[in-house]
Design a protein around this ligand. Structure first.
Ligand SMILES: *Cc1c(COP(=O)(O)O)cnc(C)c1O
Length: 449
């Protein structure tokens, strides 16, 4: 079956050009660094759009499907425009993500608002934006949301998030009755939540259930399991309350290939598993077809993105490793230091050269743990080389920090030989733009805004 975007480490358009440079989206990456500086996040538009289309096609065997992009993976106004053009909805988890979507002109009816501690301000903002759905996570929120809706004399469409009792690790999973998770209602609390909506919280319209089992998932079976569990609840709710739920959101989580060791299923593989399980369960419980909602994040954006760095200093530990340092690291990509994430990389300016040495790529931040890649085979690496790390589109920029007061890198999008800035590189001025000094300490200060 066809390979999908999450199964290849590099963006679709990656190739080596006649100067032995890595090219993405028809742009020479070495030239990109000359023009925009480094570190630089580069996103390939064709890869992003192809992935959206693969999701839509893979799920087209079921008529009533919505694909939402889980925007926390990488959220900018440009992403919203592309998702809008591709016909996807958005999963948002904060006021900031909602604001970004609204500001970009995104149709807010296609946004679903998730999160385990949405603030009152955020919930009010959701009303102001006319958000499509709010996925209610717990009893506290149920009450708060109903109160806000009542005060505004409005009704709001909600899903209830459940903890399906499937805990997934990358290659294995265990099922437990009560999962120790901060997210969602335990299955044993669902009846009470529904009674409350039915009898007391009458400004909430219950549309369906939501479940999300985890991230970077390589198993297909867990998707069948989550469909089983959600539809079992649909049947139970129909029997007990006479309510026929219309929507099931089964979250995201499809894994991606970061290195040659990773072998995630394709988008078509999980679509088949999900749709088969869905059809079986609908027959079994004699339920009408609900709307199926999926909300992938990582698998849509991760492998469309790379990060380009410039090589600087190096250190040969006597009879030990050779450390080669680049001009970024844990502030633009916290994943290796946070959870030992592995990546693939090449020298973009020596893209087709054979490997000559094993080096460890260190970041520039003041932590010994700031290592991007341990023991990678590269051509002889020299200061000024361009180091390209693949598969950095998801949870890199979105988890970046200002550690060591290093300005955040720029992000560009490439397409058909053109490149455009989608996030400006931060300046030193930007770094201090939120700093204030109390009046009594301002002697000698250049400009205290
Ligand atoms: C994070 C998250 C997603 C997306 O997960 P990915 O692993 O990036 O696909 C989807 N739904 C919910 C509720 C999430 O928290």
């Amino acid at each position: 079956m066809t390979n999908t975007i999450n199964q290849s480490i590099m963006p679709l358009t990656a190739k080596i050009n006649s100067s032995n440079h890595l090219e993405i989206g028809g742009c020479d990456t070495v030239e990109l660094v000359k023009n925009y500086g480094s570190p630089l996040y580069v996103f390939d538009e064709e890869t992003i759009r192809t992935c959206c289309r693969q999701y839509k096609e893979a799920f087209s065997a079921y008529k009533n499907v919505s694909v939402l992009y889980a925007s926390k993976a990488f959220m900018t106004r440009t992403m919203c425009k592309i998702m809008e053009e591709e016909g996807l909805g958005l999963d948002v988890v904060s006021g900031g993500e909602m604001y970004t979507a609204m500001n970009s002109g995104f149709p807010m009816g296609k946004c679903y608002f998730n999160g385990n501690n949405k603030t009152q301000d955020e919930l009010e903002f959701a009303f102001y934006c006319n958000i499509g759905r709010i996925t209610v996570d717990n009893f506290y929120e149920l009450k708060l949301l109903n109160k806000i809706a009542k005060e505004k004399d409005r009704n709001v469409d909600v899903l209830l998030r459940i903890t399906p009792g499937i805990e997934c690790h990358t290659h294995e999973y265990i099922q437990t009755g009560h999962l120790d998770s901060k997210f969602g209602f335990d299955l044993s609390q669902l009846d009470e939540a529904i009674s409350l909506i039915k009898n007391e919280y009458t400004n909430l319209n219950l549309k369906g259930l939501h479940a999300h089992i985890g991230s970077q998932i390589f198993e297909t079976q867990v998707y069948a399991d989550v469909v089983d569990i959600v539809l079992e609840q649909f049947a139970h709710i129909k029997d007990k309350f006479g309510i026929i739920l219309e929507e099931m959101n089964i979250g995201g989580g499809l894994g991606v290939k970061y290195t040659e060791d990773d072998d995630p299923p394709s988008i078509y593989d999980i679509a088949d598993v999900i749709i088969n399980s869905l059809k079986e369960n609908l027959l079994k419980y004699k339920l009408p077809e609900p709307k199926l909602i999926i909300e992938p994040g990582r698998s849509i954006i991760n492998n469309a993105g790379v990060t380009l760095y410039t090589v600087g200093s190096y250190k040969q530990v006597p009879e030990g490793r050779k450390y080669v340092a680049v001009d970024g690291g844990m502030s633009d990509n916290p994943r290796p230091s946070m959870y030992q994430a592995k990546y693939s990389a090449i020298l973009a300016n020596k893209a087709n050269s054979s490997p000559d040495e094993v080096v460890t790529i260190a970041g520039r931040f003041c932590e010994s743990g700031d290592i991007l890649i341990k023991d990678i085979n590269l051509p002889i690496t020299e200061p000024g080389d361009i180091f390209c790390v693949f598969a950095t589109g998801a949870y890199n920029y979105s988890m970046s920090s200002h550690y060591n007061r290093v300005p955040k890198p720029a992000a560009i999008i490439v397409q058909n030989g053109t490149s455009s800035v989608i996030i400006k590189r931060e300046s030193y001025q930007d770094l201090i733009s939120f700093d204030l000094i109390p009046e009594r300490l301002t002697k000698g200060v250049l400009n205290n805004n």
